[in-house]
Design a protein around this ligand. Structure first.
Ligand SMILES: [Zn+2]
Length: 211
């Protein structure tokens, strides 16, 4: 089978993704690397310190699991490989950690971009487009307004998964969550909103990137 055209499954949202598009998949945004499980054709976001993120269905509910790659591997055969994303396959807008932190701060300062509880008149497309442009400018144009919007969406998705996992986790699962995601503190302003809106469609989407 031609590996390039083969489909794999995201271990977070369970979406099917063409292998060549894996690095662009929304669940991987904000991570430098991913883990590909050859045996099951599943892929998972992997943090810098090799913590693997996946979802499992538990009691009919989707639950996020953070697990050391080593522990995950122990449960698998040794046919898995871990890959670094090449620069070429990264999303167009590659921001450094500091850039991402600036992005978060700039978005935070513009409430219509994240507070869905504001009146729609206060956060209509004209307003939000203007604000995303400001965010792009604040980042020195390293990322476009649309790129900033996409990037923040993926950061928000990651944060939401973690917060919802913390909310669901009990006992031993919670212990694993002590390993904090690198933007955990700066995204704290979204915590309450993340817990209000809890639908599976929010967890992650497989939607294609558009221009
Ligand atoms: Zn996914």
């Amino acid at each position: 089978m031609d590996r390039e055209n083969a489909m794999s499954t995201c271990g977070v949202c369970f979406g099917k993704v063409i292998n060549t598009d894996i690095p662009l998949h929304s669940c991987l945004q904000g991570y430098e690397q991913f883990h590909y499980d050859e045996e099951t054709s599943h892929f998972y976001p992997l943090t810098d310190d090799n913590v693997l993120i996946r979802c499992k269905i538990f009691d009919g509910k989707k639950e996020v699991v953070l697990q050391n790659l080593d522990d995950f591997e122990k449960e698998k055969t040794d046919s898995s490989i871990s890959k670094k994303l090449s620069n070429k396959s990264r999303q167009k807008a590659t921001l450094s950690f500091d850039d991402e932190e600036v992005l978060i701060l700039e978005v935070r300062a513009r409430e219509p971009l994240w507070n869905f509880q504001l009146n729609i008149q206060e956060r209509n497309t004209r307003i939000t487009n203007k604000l995303w442009n400001e965010v792009s400018q604040a980042l020195g144009g390293k990322i476009s307004a649309e790129g900033a919007k996409q990037k923040f969406k993926s950061l928000h998705d990651t944060y939401r998964k973690i917060i919802q996992a913390e909310n669901l986790a009990s006992g031993s699962a919670r212990k694993n969550l002590d390993r904090k995601w690198r933007h955990y503190e700066s995204m704290d302003f979204l915590r309450d909103l993340c817990l209000i809106k809890q639908t599976v469609s929010n967890m992650c989407s497989v939607e294609a990137e558009h221009d």
